[in-house]
Design a protein around this ligand. Sequence first.
Ligand code: ADP
Ligand code: MG
Length: 207
Amino acid sequence: MTDSKKVIEILKAIGDKIQEQKDFLTELDNVIGDGDHGINMARGFGKVEEKLPTLEGKDIGTILKTTGMTLVSTVGGASGPLYGTAFMKAGMIGAGKNEIGMEDFLAMLDAATEGIKMRGKATTGEKTMLDAIVPSIDAMKAEYEASQDAKAALAAGVKAAEEGVEYTKTIAATKGRACYVGERSIGHQDPGATSYTLMLTIISQMI
Ligand code: ADP
Ligand code: MG
């Protein structure tokens, strides 16, 4: 499905996308949080992009682990430790590998999700990134099992993530800063669910 070189290209494209959507992500967080999600993500992935040249020729595990550590150490908000843990956990699956297939990618996402749940003590239905992540993984697994087609699986994952973002509009936040606004968060989409969907969309376009 993809090799180390491609993983670096994808991370660069994700960084560029986050940079481009920085204001949008921040606006979303303005409404239900503290208005820094775009700033946090742009700072973190900006640092990741700076490190990418030093990761050329490294295995996928090292690339993802370094990405995760960079996010943890440069992002102050909740999303830094959460996405950072996710990338570090995914990196453990990619340890020593210079090429991965769809099964590896799905295993990485499972490990990443476990990391996010452990670190954030949240589950689906609480208006967080998990409301896009979890259904997207389920959809990718189902599609891949049926068709053995990675591209089709990723497309199904993006669709489910987008639906997950829509779903976050219908519920009140019970985790993260957005729970301070409680019922008033209804009607607004979750910033973290949105940033995850942007990342998965980039991956789906580049695979
Ligand atoms: P902060 O909330 O510290 O300002 P960000 O604004 O960067 O950090 O990130 C907010 C996003 O983080 C939310 O939109 C939500 O998706 C995600 N989030 C917050 N808390 C949790 C949690 N406990 N578990 C999973 N995701 C969370
Ligand atoms: Mg915030």
